[in-house]
Every structure is written in structure tokens, then in C-alpha cells.
Ligand binder design. Sequence first.
Ligand code: C5P
Length: 220
Amino acid sequence: MSRPSTAALIPAAGTGERLGMGPKAFVCLGQKTLLMHVVDAFDGLVDEIVVAVSPEMVNEASGRISNARMIVGGSSRQATVLNLLRATAAELVIVHDAARPFLEPAVIDRTLAATRRHGAVTAARPVVDSLIDTTSQMSVDREKLRAVQTPQGFRHELLLRAHLRAFEGGYSATDDAALVRRLGHEVALVEGSPMLMKVTTLQDLEMARALERSWCRADT
Ligand code: C5P
């Protein structure tokens, strides 16, 4: 039996307001933009790579990146992912934020393998800090909790159904796995990585630039 076709879907249409350096996906980290790091990580591991950027960035991004197809994103991350889902016919999709540039091949491999098995999967990490509920002032047991990251993998049909239900119902979530769980479908967890840090603030970018120097050495 042939393997189901795969696509990496990369939402990169954010404004990067908290970072304050223009569209975040196009901020440089070493020799490449955040977005190029992510596109290159998927190169050769999936059948196609589709990236969604803001309308102003489409021409520039298409000119600079040859190993992915560019489309226009939406006004929220969720709207952007829906556009991406409509732009591919792949049977399995892996959604990964452009804001998480350090994507190891092993993470992609285990996400793809688990998606083939379960149909819905997210990378997640144990929580290492102690936690407090600020309303009740009570400690929260961190053993049961996981921090959710991307990549997240799904059967295309399942994630599209979850997004259309959310669109019709007018509700939103900060990640795609949450929308799939709202359909009543279980989402399997695969081991994420501390390297999957999300670049949100200037401090994150400084940390990422320090990390990138050793990441490049490990790459060669
Ligand atoms: O803003 P935040 O870091 O949470 O965004 C996560 C990812 O979603 C980023 O890669 C960003 O470019 C993307 N995004 C998008 N379309 C939007 C808003 C965010 O593709 N309208």
C-alpha cells in the first residue's frame, strides 16, 4: 500500500507586534530568516511545503524561497491555517509555526510517524517550573501537565473539519490540536524539544541568536 501524501503547513503571516521588528518570520537568525530555517528543516521530509504570509510579503517571499509554495494568510493564526488547509490536497498535514526555527529532523520524523498511526498528534513537553493558580493561590500539580508546542500533525480531512466547525461556531483556540479535541477526537502526544522555543519577544530573539551559533555547528 502506498504511503499517504504529506504537506508541511507553515503559518508565517503574523505581524510580529511584540517583537517590533516587522513581520517576525522575516527576521534574521544567522544567515537565514526564521521562516527559511523552518522551510529548510522540512525540505525532503514531506511531499510539499506550503507557507502563508501576509499579502505585502507574498512577492518578496516567493522570490526568496524556492522550496515552498506561498499563499496569503488570514487575520488570525487560525484563519491562516484554514487558508493553508484549503491550499493543499495532501492526506496528512504537519502544522508548524515559523516562529519556532529550531526544528530537528527527529521531531519531524516522530510527528509524521505518530500522525500516520493516530490521525492527530502534537509535540509537547513536561513542565519544569512550579505552577500556581493565581485565582485560588493554590499550587498546581505539574506532573499531569504538558506544554504544547508545534509541530502538530493531522489527517487533512480531520483538521479541516475541526476548523470549519470552529469557523461556523465562532470559537477560536491558540493551537490546532485544541480544535480537533473539541470535535471529541483524541490528540496523541509526541515528545517535543526544548529547542522548539517560540520567538515572541526581543529577549527570545537574543536567546535564539545565541543558540543558533551552536545549532549551525551541530548541523554541519
Ligand atoms: O503571534 P504568534 O507568535 O503566536 O504566532 C504564531 C505563528 O502564527 C507565527 O508563525 C505567526 O507568523 C503565525 N500567524 C499567522 N497569521 C496570523 C497571526 C499569526 O500565520 N494572522
